[in-house]
Write a protein that binds this ligand. Sequence first.
Ligand SMILES: C[S@@+](CC[C@H](N)C(=O)[O-])C[C@H]1O[C@@H](n2cnc3c(N)ncnc32)[C@H](O)[C@@H]1O
Length: 222
Amino acid sequence: MYFSKEDGIEETKHVFLEGNQIPSRWKLENQEVYRIGELGFGTGLNFFVSLELWMNLSNPPCVEFFTLEKFPLERTILLEMKESFPDLKTWEDELLQAYTLFLADPLDAVEGNRKLEWKVQHPMNQNTFTLHLFLGDVLDVLPKFQPPIDCYFLDGFAPKKNPEMWSEAVVLQLKAHAKSGTSFATFTAAGFVKRNLESAGFTVRKVSGFGKKREMLVGFLA
Ligand SMILES: C[S@@+](CC[C@H](N)C(=O)[O-])C[C@H]1O[C@@H](n2cnc3c(N)ncnc32)[C@H](O)[C@@H]1O
C-alpha cells in the first residue's frame, strides 16, 4: 500500500518531519539552503506535506528535495492519491503533466541520468523549494544526490520485504552524502536497519512510532 487515506498526512508529519525536527530547524536555524534526501518517492506524499509546511512558514530556507524511485507509479494512482487528500495541494495539472512527459521519454542507457526537476516559489519571499526526482535503483541513483544532505527520509517498503533499500551499501552511500549532524528518520525499528546505521557512524534512537507502530528510528551522523 502506498498511502493511508485516513492518516497518511499525520504519519508523514510524525515520522519524517518531526522525526527530523524539521519544523523547528526551518524556523530557528539560519541556513540558506536545506537539502532533504528521500529514499522512495512513491506517490510524493512526503514531498507534498513538506512543501505545505514550507509554504506556511514566513521565512523558511530554500529547500532542495532529492528523491528516487525505481518503480514509478502510474498517473491513475497519482490521481487517486490526489482525490484522497482533497485538503492538500498534490498532483496539480502542471506537475502531473511534467511527470507524465518525464516518464514517457525513453530512458537513458545509464540509469539515473534523467531527473524531473520542479521548482516552487515561496509566496512571501524569493526562496524556492525544488524537487529533484531520479529514476532508477537506489544504489545507482543515490550517488547523484547533491551533498551535503541535511536530513534523510528513509521510506522504502518494510525492510523484510524490501531489504535492498536498507542495506549496508545504501547506508554507506547515505553517509557519503551527509555531514556531521545530518539527521534521519524512518518508520521502521528493524534490528538490521539500526545495526547498519550504527556501524556506518549514525547515532540511533528508538522513539514512539505513529499510530499502532510502537517504535521507529531517528538519529544523526556523529
Ligand atoms: C513506502 S513507498 C514510498 C512512499 C513515499 N515516500 C510517499 O510519500 O508516497 C516505498 C517506495 O520505494 C520504492 N522502491 C523499492 N525498492 C526500490 C529500489 N531498489 N530502488 C528505488 N526505489 C525503490 C518503491 O517503488 C516505493 O515507491
